[in-house]
Design a protein around this ligand. Sequence first.
Ligand code: PLP
Length: 357
Amino acid sequence: VYNFSAGPATLPNSVIQQIKDDLPSYKNSGMSVMEISHRSELFEEIIQQAQQDLRGLLQIPDNYSVLFFQGGCTLQFSAAPLNLAIKYHRIALLDSGHWAIRAMEEAKKVKTTVDILASTKKNHYSRLPTLSDFPQDEYDYLHITTNNTIEGTAYKKIPQIGQTPVVADMSSNFLGQKYQITDFGLVMAGAQKNLGIAGLTVVIVKNDLFAHAKNLPSMLDYQLFSQKNSMFNTPPVFAIYVAGLVLRWLKQQGGVLEMQKRNQKKSNLLYDFLDESKLFTAPVKKADRSLTNVVFVTGDKSINSQLIAQAKDYGLLNIKGHRLVGGMRASLYNAMPYAGVEKLVSFLGKFEKDYWG
Ligand code: PLP
């Protein structure tokens, strides 16, 4: 079975095996990881190693903090403006789809003005918005979504407006596509796609950007989480442990650039098939296509339903598109092997052949 879900997503087999092996007694402690104290040496080692591995894999400079939160990436849509939009209470945003709009809605709720500088809504988000004019207004930061999970687009080059820090929602191509951390003031990512399981959200943030916020609710306070090494209260111990295993696996596989190469190869296989097909279409502009979320359509809802049902019987799970856009979507995160995409392409080819009779 291959699981093409957009998240929670498939994990590497070796990680699942390690979890099974560790489950009854982590490092001969007689307790499972779920039962150990977050103040214990055993957990201290887990969290330190995970942070260290993440820093190594992404070459995170020392003037950036690596913070672990609960509440999903959605909570960071509130936390980022509360911590960073201090001077102007105004941020800029590129509207590349659903998650950008969700970020805008949450920022507004915490009394931050949001200016949409460009939007591709009228193109049904089948391409990425880019900056044409250099805005005159002053902003605390520019919010972008590096990879649009639902619409299937991804930035290769990060848009910049002068010295304005870029805050990136990288949830769906975190560790799957190589970016320079120094291009960003802040990166946020939920773990449940490329870093393990739901319940953990990573924030990588430049220290001088959050030094001025005051009196924030503790669970949203970057300064507090930085001082307490993400253990102000009980952290999501099991999710951090799984993230640690995924990071170790990633290092063994050759790191983020190697993952990007593999994701490129996997997505090329699928996009090439779709571009040749007379039944299926990949609607996203070629230059803007995501490596991790491949969206495709037939233009006929009943064919889509048949396809999705047959795929499931064939062991190809969760290829239904997001309810907002319909069609199909195959998510090809780091743990999806090339063989999974080969099997999908072969199935789609057979379905198409049968369709034309
Ligand atoms: N941002 C992006 C790009 C996403 O894909 C998702 C969820 O799929 C979210 C934000 C929301 O994340 P969470 O469910 O962790 O709050």
